[in-house]
Design a protein. Structure first.
Length: 199
C-alpha cells in the first residue's frame, strides 16, 4: 500500500515518518529526487537522491517521475521505479501538496494523510528554530503554508502534529489499520477459509 504524507514545510512530517519507520515493521520510505543542496545531516540515497537540474529535466523527458514539482525554487520528484517498492508491503511518500495532487490523479488506492502544525505561530517558531533558512525563505514558506493548509479538508486522514510521538502513533495506526481491509487481505482470507472447508 502506498501512503502519501504531506503538509506545509516545517509541520514535522519527516520527523514523524522517521519514528514510524523505526517502530513499524514492513514499512519502507520512498526516496525522492531533488535538485536542492544536501543538508549536513542528509545522506544520499537515504534522504534524497541529489541530482542537478539538467539530470532532473532529462528524467522528466523520459517520463521517469510519477510526480514532480518546483518547491521553493528546487525540483523534487518521485520516480516510478521508487513507487514500485509499494507493491510489497507499505511505502511512505514524504511529498509536498502539489506532488500529492499528482499522485492522487495517477495512483489508485493510495492513502493520503495531511499533517498540520498545532497553529500557524507554532509553524513559524519551528521554521525559525531549525535555522536552515533566511528570513526571506521563511516568509515564502509561511505564505505557501497558508495556501497548503486550506487543502487539508480534501484528505481522508489529518494529523495535528502537536506532540511528535502521538502524531507518529496516529500515522502508524493508519498504516496498520489499512492492512486489515478485506481487499488487502484477500490472499490470507482465502487461505483461512480453505482451512475451514478442509476441517
Amino acid at each position: 500500500m502506498i501512503h502519501v504524507v504531506t503538509g506545509p514545510s516545517g509541520c514535522g512530517k519527516s520527523s514523524l515518518i522517521r519514528l514510524v519507520l523505526a517502530a513499524t515493521p514492513g514499512v519502507r520510505f520512498s526516496v525522492s529526487h531533488t535538485t536542492r543542496p544536501r543538508r549536513p545531516t542528509e545522506v544520499e540515497g537515504r534522504d534524497y537522491y541529489f541530482i542537478d537540474a539538467a539530470e532532473f529535466k532529462r528524467l522528466i523527458r523520459r517520463n521517469a517521475f510519477v510526480e514532480w514539482a518546483v518547491v521553493h525554487g528546487s525540483l523534487y520528484g518521485t520516480s516510478r521505479k521508487e513507487l514500485r517498492k509499494g507493491q510489497d508491503g507499505d511505502l511512505i511518500l514524504d511529498i509536498d501538496v502539489q506532488g500529492a495532487r499528482q499522485v492522487r490523479a495517477k495512483v489508485k488506492d493510495a492513502v493520503f494523510t495531511f499533517v498540520l502544525p498545532p497553529s500557524f505561530e507554532t509553524l513559524r517558531e519551528r521554521l525559525l528554530g531549525r535555522g536552515q533558512d533566511g528570513p526571506q525563505a521563511i516568509a515564502e514558506r509561511l505564505e505557501t503554508a497558508k495556501k497548503e493548509a486550506r487543502e487539508s479538508p480534501r484528505f481522508e486522514h489529518v494529523i495535528i502534529n502537536d506532540d511528535l510521538n502521538e502524531a507518529a502513533d496516529e500515522l502508524a495506526a493508519i498504516i496498520v489499520c489499512r492492512r486489515t481491509r478485506r481487499a488487502a487481505r484477500m490472499k490470507d482470507i482465502r487461505r483461512v477459509l480453505a482451512s475451514f472447508r478442509k476441517g
